[in-house]
Design a protein around this ligand. Structure first.
Ligand SMILES: Cc1cc2nc3c(=O)[nH]c(=O)nc-3n(C[C@H](O)[C@H](O)[C@H](O)COP(=O)(O)OP(=O)(O)OC[C@H]3O[C@@H](n4cnc5c(N)ncnc54)[C@H](O)[C@@H]3O)c2cc1C
Length: 135
């Protein structure tokens, strides 16, 4: 149902704003489709036991269909890289080691909480440790 709704949503959005503006939704579906097929067919094979693997049943062929879909229209890996690229374009990396929310919610809260007890929080790293030097 989750996958079906994602397909409906992408189709609806394509109708509203066109394909170009729906690259993320389309890429996400291209990534998800082979996985959904694999998951469904694999469970169907399990239900049928060894019989599910014979040529009396279409399941092995359907398993291959899922794998073909994960390559024929571009490898899943490539869709993942492209999707990640377009998603990350909307974000900017923060300075320092901690995610911005952690910095605000954890580090600052700790500082406030313990300010009266200690001058400095003993170990709240703010930079990545230097790589170990190999001699
Ligand atoms: C049944 C079938 C039908 C096809 N039909 C068509 C068709 O109609 N039209 C058409 O143009 N092509 C078609 N193809 C070709 C298909 O697009 C290519 O197989 C696919 O793009 C992968 O190229 P490749 O097989 O040369 O693998 P390679 O380019 O050698 O890639 C191997 C693997 O390396 C990884 N990889 C490669 N490049 C990247 C990257 N940039 N980022 C991250 N990972 C990467 C992926 O995991 C990939 O699976 C079809 C393929 C099959 C199997």
């Amino acid at each position: 149902m989750q996958f079906r709704m994602a397909v409906f949503y992408a189709s609806w959005k394509v109708d509203q704003v066109g394909e170009e503006a729906c690259r993320q939704e389309i890429a996400a579906l291209k990534i998800a489709t082979p996985r959904v097929i694999h998951s469904i067919v694999n469970r169907a094979i399990q239900v049928h036991g060894g019989f599910g693997l014979t040529d009396q049943m279409p399941l092995v062929q359907q398993l291959m269909t899922g794998m073909v879909l994960g390559l024929a229209d571009g490898p899943t890996e490539v869709h993942q890289v492209n999707l990640a690229r377009t998603v990350l374009k909307g974000y900017e990396a923060v300075e320092g080691l901690w995610p911005s929310q952690a910095e605000e919610n954890v580090v600052e809260k700790l500082k406030k909480k313990y300010a009266g007890i200690v001058d400095e929080i003993p170990y709240v790293p703010t930079t990545l440790p230097a790589p170990a030097v190999q001699v």
